[in-house]
Write a protein that binds this ligand. Structure first.
Ligand code: SAM
Length: 283
C-alpha cells in the first residue's frame, strides 16, 4: 500500500468529490428517518496542508487553495457554500492553520443524532489516525479492514434503511476499475435502497468508458456520471479529470450536481475545462 492521501488532499478531485458529498448527505438528511453511511476507503479524515506531504506536491493550491479566497457569492449553489463554510470552520477550529477535512469528517459533521458513519481504512498508520480523530464520536466507527470486503460484511446497515456507500479507492491496482464495478453491483444488491457513490480518475477516455459501459452491460440502472475535466483527457500519464458515479441518486440530483460542477469548472480548470452530468442509464 503505497498510496497516501496526504499528498493529494484538497486537490481539485477532492474539492469536487467533497462538495458533491455534502449535496448527497444534505439530500438524505431531508427525511427524518436515520441514515447510515459507509465510507469504504476513508483515509485519515483530516489533513494538515502545511505538512510535509501536502507541501511536497502543492496539489491543494490548485484545489481548495483556489476556493478559499473567493468572495462570498449569493449565487453559489447551497451545497457548495455549505461545504466551503465547513472547510473554513475546520480551519478556524485549528487557529487558522490549513487543516482540510477528508470524507469522514465531512460526513461526521453532517450527521444527526441517530445517524451513523462506518469507516474502513486498511493502512495501519492511517487507521490509527482515523481512530484517534473519532475517539469521542459515538456515532462513528472505524474498521481496519478491506473496504471492498466490508461491502459484503457490513451491508445492509443494521442501523438504518436509508443511506450512502462512498467508495474512493486509491487506484493503485491495474484492475481497480473492474473491482470497483463489481463492488458497486454487490453494494446495490445488498443495500438496494441505498445511494452508492464511487470516485474514479479520468486520465484518458478508454478506461472510464469501459468502466461505465461494464455497469450498463451488467444491467445496472439509475446511474448518473458526474465529471470534471481540467483539460482534454489525452495524456494517460496525467490526472486530467475526476469523476463520481452515483447510483440511485436523490431526486433531481442531476440538477444539483450540474450547478455545483458549473460553479467549480471555471475556478478549478483552465481554458478547455469541462463539466459533464450524464445519465449512463436512466432510472
Ligand atoms: C483516496 S484515499 C481516501 C480519501 C478519502 N475518501 C477522502 O475523501 O478524504 C484512499 C484510501 O484508501 C485506503 N485503502 C487502500 N486500499 C484499501 C482497501 N482495500 N480497503 C480500505 N482502505 C483502503 C488508502 O490507505 C487511502 O487512505
Amino acid at each position: 500500500m503505497n498510496y497516501r492521501h496526504s499528498y493529494h488532499a484538497g486537490n481539485f478531485a477532492d474539492v469536487m468529490k467533497h462538495a458533491l458529498l455534502v449535496a448527497l448527505i444534505d439530500a438524505l438528511g431531508r427525511k427524518p428517518s436515520p441514515l447510515a453511511v459507509l465510507d469504504t476507503h476513508a483515509g485519515i479524515g483530516l489533513y494538515d496542508l502545511s505538512g510535509q506531504e501536502a507541501q511536497a506536491t502543492g496539489e491543494w493550491r490548485d484545489g481548495i487553495g483556489r476556493l478559499l479566497d473567493l468572495p462570498s457569492d449569493p449565487a453559489m449553489p447551497p451545497a457548495l457554500r455549505q461545504w466551503l463554510d465547513m472547510v473554513r470552520a475546520v480551519i478556524g477550529a485549528h487557529d487558522g492553520r490549513l487543516f482540510y477535512p477528508g470524507s469522514p469528517t465531512v460526513v461526521a459533521r453532517m450527521l444527526r443524532p441517530g445517524d451513523t458513519l462506518t469507516c474502513c481504512e486498511l493502512h495501519p498508520d492511517d487507521q490509527k489516525s482515523l481512530r484517534r480523530l473519532f475517539r469521542h464520536d459515538s456515532n462513528v466507527s472505524v474498521h481496519g479492514r478491506d473496504g471492498y470486503e466490508a461491502i459484503t460484511a457490513l451491508l445492509p446497515p443494521r442501523q438504518a434503511k436509508r443511506g450512502l456507500v462512498l467508495m474512493d479507492p486509491p487506484f493503485e491496482h491495474r484492475d481497480e476499475f473492474a473491482r470497483l464495478a463489481q463492488a458497486i453491483i454487490t453494494a446495490r444488491r445488498r443495500f438496494a435502497t441505498g445511494i452508492v457513490a464511487a470516485w474514479y480518475p479520468i486520465k484518458h477516455r478508454a478506461p472510464t468508458r469501459a468502466f461505465l459501459n461494464s455497469l450498463r452491460d451488467a444491467g445496472q440502472r439509475n446511474l448518473l456520471a458526474l465529471e470534471l475535466t481540467l483539460r482534454p483527457p489525452l495524456d494517460p500519464a496525467r490526472l486530467n479529470g475526476s469523476g463520481l458515479l452515483v447510483a440511485n441518486p436523490p431526486f433531481r440530483f442531476d440538477h444539483t450536481a450540474r450547478a455545483i460542477l458549473d460553479s467549480l469548472c471555471p475556478v478549478l480548470g483552465d481554458e478547455g475545462a469541462q463539466a459533464s452530468v450524464e445519465w449512463v442509464v436512466p432510472e
